[in-house]
Design a protein around this ligand. Structure first.
Ligand code: FAD
Length: 320
């Protein structure tokens, strides 16, 4: 069976969930060979093996932390040269998409970004993407070179699939461009204790209807009762009520959680573009004619200031 390279997104050896989802998809098209780079790379091996990696190629060097993405592109290309894979899969994070694009140029291959599903095809992997604000899905395959495909978080289940996960050191020689852009400082984002927006299984979002920064406390309370991330419409972000890093939509982040709860959001096309692939959509809006109700699985016509706290209490009471 052909091997498939999977680029590992991890923090100091802790593998992030989108990579485990990638392994589920990779197993549909070949034998996953994981590539883990940077500090803690070798520590990822046990988790990757539990989820189907037959091999884990690891490399660590100061270049990975000290410079922007090029050293990682060099390393992924070294893995590509060593393995000659049938496909290269990466998560759809901002960094991994840049790595994917640069690798595709180097190996003269086509690239598909932000896939939401992947299956084996007679002539190579077939990726599903969501288009035109998720009004359509398209299926496509790459016709030139080795397919390079990035996949959005929450596109597949995490599955246990024990495999050998043999660890091998990857030998990397860095290109001239590798040290072209130095990282001067890193500022960790203040932790809210909530899951990362694009990876969360549940997202609770607030819009203009929330009517003020202080009122986002009720959105956060519902999110916390559900273990969810908090999102916001652009109207709420532009009003300064919530940070841009939490904006969902065309000019914000794309989310695809199991459950998306929109409160006081009208459902403009640019908002839908970032959340329409959510598995179950719930909207709370006092206007029964709001366009968001066209795409929901469950709609509540009501005042969010009554409905959201009541929902929070209900969730809390069911948790005991
Ligand atoms: P509104 O459209 O004003 O809707 C507020 C809703 O709250 C209404 O439906 C109202 O009935 C309801 N409401 C009010 N009070 C209550 C209450 N007490 N209880 C219940 N419901 C209540 N938007 C995004 O979200 N993300 C993007 O990334 C984005 N990118 C854009 C890019 C471009 C190029 C452009 C032109 C626009 C973009 N927009 C984006 C803006 C988008 O067009 C809308 O203006 C925006 O999504 C509206 O936000 P909203 O739904 O919160 O506000």
């Amino acid at each position: 069976m052909a091997e498939v390279l999977v680029y590992v997104d991890h923090v100091d050896g802790a593998v992030r969930k989108p990579t485990l989802e990638l392994l589920t998809l990779a197993r549909r098209v070949g034998e996953p060979v994981a590539v883990a780079l940077g500090n803690g790379a070798a520590d990822t091996a046990a988790t990757l093996a539990e989820h189907g990696a037959v091999k884990v190629l690891t490399a660590d060097a100061p270049e990975f932390a000290d410079y922007l993405v090029v050293p990682k592109v060099d390393a992924l290309q070294a893995a590509y040269d060593a393995v000659s894979p049938a496909a290269v899969l990466l998560p759809s994070s901002a960094e991994a998409k840049e790595i994917a694009a640069r690798l595709a140029v180097r190996i003269k291959s086509g690239i598909i970004t932000d896939a939401i599903d992947l299956e084996a095809g007679d002539e190579g992997p077939v990726a599903t993407q969501s288009a035109f604000a998720a009004s359509y899905t398209t299926k496509s395959r790459i016709t030139q070179g080795t397919p390079v495909i990035t996949v959005k978080p929450n596109s597949a289940a995490v599955e246990a699939a024990p495999a050998a996960g043999t660890v091998e050191a990857l030998s990397v020689s860095f290109s001239e461009q590798a040290t072209g852009t130095k990282v001067v400082s890193r500022t960790p984002r203040e932790s809210t204790g909530r899951p990362e927006l694009t990876e969360a299984a549940i997202v609770v979002s607030g819009g203009r209807g929330v009517n003020g920064a202080e009122n986002f406390a009720i959105i956060e309370a519902l999110a916390d009762s559900l273990g969810a991330a908090v999102g916001a419409s652009r109207a709420a972000v532009d009003a300064g009520w919530y940070p841009h890093s939490n904006q969902v939509g065309q000019t914000g982040k794309s989310v695809s959680p199991q459950l998306y709860i929109a409160s006081g959001i009208s459902g403009a096309i640019q908002h839908r573009a970032g959340m329409q692939t959510s598995k179950t959509i719930v909207a709370i809006n006092k206007d029964a004619e709001a366009p968001i109700f066209d795409l929901v699985d469950y709609g509540v016509v009501g005042d969010l200031f009554e409905v959201v706290p009541a929902l929070t209490e209900e969730v809390k009471s069911r948790k005991g």
